[in-house]
Design a protein around this ligand. Structure first.
Ligand code: ZN
Length: 403
């Protein structure tokens, strides 16, 4: 699929070390030479809220850090354009689901451009890989997957073993409840394991896409979709699999079960789950309706750099709450940084080293911003034209902030 526009990266002198990322399990991720990143993308039925924007901006910060460290980065992201919430929204508004998806994908492109997020190398919609997915399910049905017949149709499930959900990552999660919250049913009669995942819904005999194009009559399972798109874009090794913290289970777990079933050599080396963003006391979510949208903030006349600055004021793994006051904090910060750009600049080379150190340490963006603030305070009127240019290039290349 066509991505959004690329963002030119200014060249900086020297380079960084690859960031040492600390997962929630305590293990660390440091890619060597190549860095393959897969981030779960949007279901295009509603506009990008700040929770989504935080996730994609965090992974953008990662990609910028990796590139500054000289890694060869390949980034793949999906678009779940075949999914129940999309069909339901389209049905409720009388719109064709493809038309709704196309509109929302366009809006997402424009949001990402406003936030100066570097586009992925492979941006793949589920609708583009349906043939692959059908072939995958047919193949798995000859092996580990099984059929379950109900309501005149055949669904296919892939087993989950106890080993798949063992370990510290899943210890504090109510797995069955998490499954229910994503629309799957651990109690479904006929399932051989309660956590088994749906990999295809609604075949009729040999016809996997029966009932014409009626939305929702058939569809691949969500987890195997990401598995296939990741394998197509990145091959069997994924250095970082990423997404919001609510994707730990079932999505990432079961996606990896599917990936290994499709490709025994598949290996996900690390996972990064970004913090959840609250607004007015609760997690920002479509179902609760407490959303603040990137497009709404931009349409109100806010400089998109303020939105990016308020997002990166939080470390990638932090849960936080958005308030309108965040915009004012970001505005004061941006104003001072722009003053440094025009009337200051002294000491920028030292600042670059300091910012690189902060980002290499678990992508610590709040510490990087604090280091810049302190430096700007002391140097905003100490004119050094070359330093001022380096300062602007650093903010652009490492933080995605255009001054
Ligand atoms: Zn995914």
């Amino acid at each position: 699929m066509r991505t959004w526009s690329d963002v030119p990266l200014p060249e900086l002198p020297g380079s960084s070390q690859p960031a040492r990322i600390v997962e929630s399990t305590g293990s660390t991720i440091v890619p060597d030479g190549r860095a393959r990143l897969y981030v779960c993308g949007i279901t295009p039925y509603d506009a990008t809220h700040l929770g989504h924007a935080f996730t994609y901006t965090c992974f953008d910060m990662l990609q910028r850090q990796w590139r500054d460290a000289g890694l060869e980065v390949t980034y793949a992201q999906n678009v779940t354009d075949i999914d129940d919430p999309l069909f339901e929204r389209a049905a409720a508004t009388g719109q064709d689901h493809r038309e709704l998806a196309a509109e929302q994908i366009d809006l997402f492109r424009s949001d990402m451009e406003h936030l100066r997020v570097l586009p992925p190398d492979h941006w793949t919609a589920v609708s583009e890989v349906l043939d692959d997915l059908e072939a995958d399910v047919r193949k798995l049905s000859l092996g580990p997957a099984y059929e379950l017949n109900q309501a005149g149709r055949t669904d296919y499930f892939l087993p989950t073993s106890p080993a798949d959900v063992a370990g510290p990552r899943y210890r504090d999660i109510d797995l069955e409840q998490a499954l229910r919250e994503t629309g799957e049913d651990p109690d479904l009669p006929g399932k051989s394991g309660r956590l088994d995942q749906l990999i295809w819904r609604g075949a009729k005999g040999e016809d996997f896409r029966a009932e014409g194009e009626a939305p929702g009559a058939w569809r691949p399972g969500w987890h195997i979709e990401c598995a296939r798109i990741a394998l197509n874009g990145l091959g069997p090794i994924i250095d970082v699999q990423g997404g919001g913290a609510d994707l730990v289970f079932p999505h990432h777990c079961l996606s990896n079960v599917a990936m290994t079933a499709l490709e025994p050599a598949a290996e996900v080396r690390g996972q990064m789950h970004t913090g959840l963003v609250a607004y007015r006391g609760e997690k920002m979510s479509k179902s609760l309706g407490n959303l603040e949208l990137v497009s709404r903030l931009v349409n109100k006349g806010n400089d998109p750099m303020l939105i990016r600055l308020l997002l990166i004021a939080h470390r990638w793994d932090e849960d936080w709450e958005y308030t309108e006051a965040d915009l004012q904090v970001a505005e004061r910060r941006l104003t001072r940084w722009r003053r440094m750009r025009h009337t200051g600049g002294a000491g920028a080379a030292d600042l670059l080293d300091e910012v690189r150190d902060c980002l290499a340490d678990n992508l610590d963006t709040p510490r990087a911003l604090a280091a810049i603030d302190a430096h700007v305070k002391d140097n905003e009127n100490r004119d050094d034209r070359a330093g001022a240019q380096l300062f602007a290039d650093m903010c652009d290349a490492l933080l995605g902030i255009a001054l």
